[in-house]
Design a protein around this ligand. Sequence first.
Ligand code: MG
Length: 374
Amino acid sequence: MPELAAYAVDDGCSRGRAIAEPRPKARSEFQRDRDRIVHSTAFRRLEYKTQVFVNHEGDLFRTRLTHSIEVAQIARSVARTLRLNDDLAEAISLAHDLGHTPFGHAGQDALNECMQGQGGFEHNLQSLRIVDRLEERYGAFDGLNLMFETREGILKHCSPARARELGDLGRRFLDNRQPSLEAQICNLADEIAYNNHDVDDGLRSGVLTLEQLQGISLFARHAAEVDAEFPRIAGRRRVHETIRRMIDAQVTDLLAESGRRIAEAAPETLGDVHASPPLIGFSAGMDAENRELKSFLREHLYRHFEVLRMTAKARRVIHDLFGAFVSDPRLLPPQYQAMAAAGTLERATADYIAGMTDRYSMKEHRRLFAVSEF
Ligand code: MG
């Protein structure tokens, strides 16, 4: 393994854990973080949480779990090539969506509406809340007691008001400083993963068509390359061969542009990385192509009437559940009643609902509202 760059995060320069622990024996600190995330309950729940398509709509669509694994794969490769800490990149990637509600962004928006006046709800802050407080696995502390840099990477964005409450971890948002390069990589790996797999899932579902995608330069360019190289290729194989090249092109561009920026800024320490502008990014050309693809997906996939029907239903389920528990807290499982007593009823309810998988939330909804089911 090549030696890490001087400005990479490693055990030695880390700001460590909130609660001091003995060093791990056969792993690095960041390997231990990754392992704690993989063993968490919230991580297992990702298997049954919506990415774009609701889990029961088809077995082959991405879920939050397979999405997170794809993000980790891309982030690890990029980090390793740039001589950064790929264990940290993997840990952040696997944890980045832990706080997602059932039904993807629709679920988050609905829960955020319910929580207005109560501090709101944001999946990114919820991911942090899970690893800092909600997981119950260790005798000595709540949460997973992760390394500072893993938590910093999970907290992608944050309002100034919230940043002030978060103390040390929120500091960089107030001082306008960048997180580690490993965290920056995870943000871009997330984008590369979902833009490309949403094209795949969109085509598979029939919501998107190949004709539409011919108008998108990143897709059209690589599809033409595939057709030239394999004149008889068709169907799913042509789609996969095209998307695989799109991912490769984006990763290759990211490596070249980030390498160029790093060479220009010449950071010598992690502190230099924090003080520099973002050093991980696409070239201007790829950035434009990526934005074109994103806005295409927004218009034709995320706002397609069939997807919006799911969104509307998700919103109703979340609002109904929240309303039922807040108006009669005795309906909450005892563990959440205890959390309500120790904090606020609304926050305990949001924690309960956010932790639900798609199908569990529908089941709870039936239990509470369907007259034929008890
Ligand atoms: Mg994600």
